[in-house]
Design a binder for this molecule. Structure first.
Ligand code: EPZ
Length: 418
C-alpha cells in the first residue's frame, strides 16, 4: 500500500499541461482489436488502467510498445479471445473488449467485472445491447461467455445513457451486417473521440456527441492509423480545483475548454475568475471560495460525477453552505467521512450532501477509497493545516499521471511514503 504525505497551506500557482484522457484511451485501446493494420496513439496517458489494458491486449497476442509519447499497437497477431482473469477482474474497463473481440473472433470471455467502491456497476445495458446485435451470452462461474457467428445491425434503446454500454455497442456494431442505431446514447467527449477513431480506421459512425448514434456496419479500410487522444477533462478540472482550493492561480495548456464548461461554471460560482484562450485556460482564485448553491452530477453535458469528490473538498472550506447531489452512482460519498476526519462539517443522506464550509481543515491520516476520492484528499491536504497522509494513494495513479509531481511543480510539497 502506497501512502503520500501532503504538506498544507500551499498555494497552487503556475502552468501545467493536461494529459490525454483515460476514459477516451481505454475504449480506443479496445477498438484497436478491429483495426486493419498498425495503430499509433498519440497523447496516450501513462496510467495504471492503461497499463492493465495493454497487458490484456498483449495476452491476446497483440504487439504493444511505447515509442516516446506515442503508443504503437498492432493487433493483427492477436488470436485469443479469452481475457486473463487476473487482469480483467482488476480492470472494469476490460468489459469494453467484449464488443471488439466478439465482432472479430466470434467469441469473447471475460470476468464479470465486480462492483467497486462507488457502486454496484452493473453491465446489463452492455449485455442487452450485444444480445440485440445477435450475441449469445451466458454467465458461468463469474465469467461472461459470448458467442456470435455474425452480428447484425439493430435499433437499440438504452434505458440509461451509459458511457461504457454506448462504447461497447458502437464497437460491436461497427463490423456488424447493416446499420445500428443507438437511442439515448451517452454524449460524453470520450464517445466522440472513440467514434472519430473508428472513422479513422475506416468504419462509419455518425451522430457521436448526440443522443442518437448511427453505426453503418462494414470493414476497417485504413491500413495504418494515427490518432491523438483528447485532453482529460477530469484531470483539467482537478488541477483547476487545486488552484481554487488554495487561493492560487493556474494556466492549463492542451485543455479543451468546451469539455470543462460545467466544471468552469461551478468554479466561477465559487468566485474564481476563468479565461480561455484557444486550447489554454487560466484560473485565478479568491482567498476563500464562496458557497456553491447546488451541484447535481449528471451525464454529459451535465456536471461530471468524476469531479464530485473534488468539489466536495472545495465546498468543505468555502464560505456558507453548499449542496451536492450525486445522481450517477449510488455510493460515491466515501470521501465525505475522510474529509470529516479533517474537520469538514456536513450532513449526508443517500445521494445528497449538505456541506457547511469551515475556515480551515486539519491534516491527519486519511484513506483514498477510490480514484477521485483520492484526488479530493490531495486537494483537501493542500489547503489544510499541517500534513495529511493519504493511504492507498496508488489508486490515484489509476487516473492521474504522476499527480504529485505535477502539483509539486506548481508549489505543492507532496512526498511518497512507502
Ligand atoms: C464511465 O464509467 C467512466 N469510466 C467513469 O469514470 C464515469 O464515472 C462514468 O462513465 C460516468 O461518466 C470509463 O469511461 C472507463 P456508466 P461507466 O455506464 O461506463 C449505470 C473514473 O473515475 N449502468 O455511464 O461504467 C451505472 O450503475 C470512472 O474515471 C447500468 O445500470 O459508467 C451507473 O449508475 C469512474 N447498467 C450509471 O449507469 C449498465 O449496463 C453510469 O454508468 C451500465 C451502467
Amino acid at each position: 500500500m502506497a501512502s503520500i504525505v501532503v504538506s498544507g497551506r500551499r498555494r497552487i500557482c503556475g502552468e501545467a499541461r493536461v494529459t490525454g484522457a483515460k476514459n477516451a484511451a481505454l475504449p480506443i485501446l479496445a477498438a484497436t482489436l478491429i483495426a486493419r493494420g498498425p495503430v499509433e496513439l498519440e497523447n496516450c496517458p501513462r496510467l495504471k488502467d492503461v497499463e492493465n489494458m495493454l497487458c490484456i491486449l498483449s495476452s491476446l497476442g497483440a504487439q504493444c510498445e511505447y515509442c516516446g509519447d506515442t503508443l504503437k499497437i498492432d493487433t493483427r497477431s492477436a488470436t485469443g479471445s479469452v481475457m486473463p482473469q487476473s487482469i480483467s477482474k482488476e480492470l472494469r474497463s476490460s468489459i469494453f473488449m467484449l464488443g471488439p473481440l466478439l465482432t472479430r473472433f466470434g467469441s469473447a470471455v471475460c470476468t464479470f467485472p465486480g462492483g467497486c467502491e462507488i457502486g454496484h456497476r452493473p453491465i446489463d445495458l452492455h449485455l442487452k445491447g450485444l444480445m440485440m446485435l445477435g450475441a449469445e451470452i451466458r454467465e458461468e462461474r463469474g465469467l461472461i461467455i459470448c458467442r456470435a457467428d455474425r452480428l447484425k445491425g439493430a435499433e437499440i434503446h438504452l434505458d440509461y445513457p451509459s458511457v461504457g454500454a454506448t462504447e461497447n455497442i458502437m464497437m460491436a456494431a461497427a463490423c456488424a451486417d447493416g446499420m445500428t442505431r443507438i437511442f439515448n446514447a451517452a454524449r460524453e467527449p470520450e464517445i466522440e473521440d472513440l467514434a472519430l477513431f473508428l472513422n479513422e480506421l475506416g468504419y462509419l459512425v455518425e451522430g457521436a456527441g448526440s443522443s442518437t448514434l448511427s453505426v453503418y456496419g462494414g470493414e476497417a479500410r485504413r491500413e495504418k492509423t494515427t490518432h491523438r487522444i483528447i485532453p482529460d477533462r477530469i484531470v483539467a478540472g482537478t488541477l483547476m480545483a487545486a488552484a481554487a482550493i488554495t487561493g492560487g492561480e493556474i494556466r492549463l495548456n492542451d485543455v479543451c475548454p468546451a469539455h470543462v464548461g460545467s466544471i468552469a461554471a461551478k468554479l466561477k460560482e465559487a468566485g474564481c475568475k476563468i479565461e480561455q484562450q484557444g486550447m489554454s485556460m487560466r484560473l485565478s482564485a479568491p482567498d476563500r471560495l464562496n458557497e456553491i448553491r447546488l451541484i447535481e452530477t449528471m451525464p454529459y453535458p451535465g456536471f461530471p460525477t468524476d469531479m464530485q469528490a473534488q468539489m466536495f473538498a472545495l465546498c468543505a472550506v468555502a464560505k456558507g453552505t453548499s449542496v451536492i447531489v450525486e445522481n450517477v452512482f449510488e455510493n460515491r460519498f466515501r470521501h465525505a467521512a475522510e474529509l470529516g476526519r479533517m474537520g469538514a462539517s456536513f450532513t449526508q443522506k443517500d445521494r445528497t450532501a449538505i456541506i457547511r464550509g469551515v475556515e480551515r481543515l486539519t491534516g491527519t491520516k486519511v484513506t483514498a477509497w477510490d480514484l477521485r476520492g483520492g484526488a479530493a484528499m490531495v486537494l483537501a491536504g493542500l489547503a489544510a493545516d499541517g500534513e495529511t497522509t493519504i493511504e492507498h494513494a496508488e489508486l490515484i495513479d489509476r487516473g492521474y499521471e504522476k499527480l504529485h509531481e505535477t502539483l509539486n511543480g506548481l508549489g505543492a510539497e507532496i512526498r511518497l511514503e512507502e
